[in-house]
Design a protein around this ligand. Structure first.
Ligand code: SF4
Length: 313
């Protein structure tokens, strides 16, 4: 069976061996983040609906999970905001009932938790990883470029309300954009939100693949350590290098080889590789990071976006 809504399992730096469920068409989201690895948001929306057929997602899950794959998590993620899909509660309940051996995670920008229905829909999930890139309106708009109805106060209040009832773990993600949300006053405001949310851990993140604006750069190890030391939380994680992920059991030489082979024929964008290989963009992104780190490919800007070329070795 060819899967349209499942991808991986992929080696995830945060979640180990992760099977992705993508419920949202590319590129539908309530944000248009400057760092988004999936490209520019073309449908900026807060409308919830059944974007992809629920029954097809369940049938793909049945087909794949009947082989009892070894997974650390089944994860709602992909090329848009998963909570925009109205079926997330039903899928979670289905997995709980039929595949209780698997843990479920949700990667979300948290922008819809002001809606009580969305908060209730996510209560049965084991680990929710919401973003908290900012606590001030100015940097929020600069980094996340949200739908016009969303404000940082509304969103952060929603995440706090969710955290007060949610029985699972919250791993709060902060995407560091040097020069915008790493100043002392920004970190101070973020610390106040962390205190209210009281997550199990705080994960710092920074640019891994090129973002959708050219001026954004990655925070280096030293900067991340500095920022981590200013975060008031007992458990702050900083990202591992892509190369360290090769040790993951989910790393596939076949997938890596297929991507490298595609790029060796001609320079390609992420979308080109997805079209040629049939792989999900999120899965491809995981491997591109490792191939860049291994110095086998390089990135350059072109008219259609970031191109990946093979290095002659
Ligand atoms: S919230 Fe996620 S999917 Fe949406 S634009 Fe930001 S990074 Fe991309």
């Amino acid at each position: 069976m060819d899967y349209k809504y499942l991808f991986g399992p992929v080696p995830s730096r945060r979640l180990g061996i992760s099977l992705g469920i993508d419920l949202i068409p590319h590129k539908t989201c309530s944000y248009n983040c400057i760092y988004c690895e999936c490209g520019k948001t073309t449908d900026l929306t807060i409308e919830r609906k059944e974007y992809v057929p629920l029954k097809d997602v369940l049938s793909e899950l049945d087909d794949l999970l009947k082989t009892h794959p070894k997974l650390d998590f089944i994860t709602y993620s992909g090329s848009g905001e998963p909570t925009l899909h109205t079926g997330i509660k039903e899928i979670t309940s289905y997995l709980r009932k039929n595949y209780p051996e698997y843990k479920i995670a949700l990667l979300t920008n948290g922008s819809l938790f002001w809606d009580e229905k969305v908060r209730n829909d996510c209560m049965e999930i084991d680990v929710v990883v919401p973003s908290l890139d900012s606590a001030s309106e100015k940097s929020f708009k600069k980094i996340d470029r949200p739908h016009s109805t969303l404000s940082i106060n509304k969103i952060n209040e929603g995440i706090v309300k969710f955290s007060q009832k949610f029985p699972g773990e919250i791993w709060l993600e902060i995407f560091i954009v040097p020069g915008i949300n790493d100043t002392d006053s920004e970190i101070e405001k973020i610390n106040q939100e962390i205190k209210k949310i009281n997550p199990e851990k705080v994960q710092l993140n920074t640019l891994d693949r090129p973002g959708i604006v050219s001026w954004i750069r990655s925070a280096d190890d030293e900067e991340l350590k500095q920022i981590a030391s200013k975060i008031n939380h007992h458990n702050v994680e900083i990202p591992k290098k892509p190369a360290e992920r090769i040790t993951s059991e989910a790393y596939s030489d076949d997938v890596s080889g297929l991507i490298l082979h595609t790029i060796q024929r001609r320079p390609c964008t992420l979308e080109d590789i997805a079209k040629i290989s049939g792989l999900h963009p999120n899965e491809i992104n995981k491997y591109l990071g490792i191939l860049v780190e291994d110095d086998l490919i390089c990135e350059s800007s072109g008219e259609r976006g970031i191109f990946y070329s093979a290095k002659n070795k």
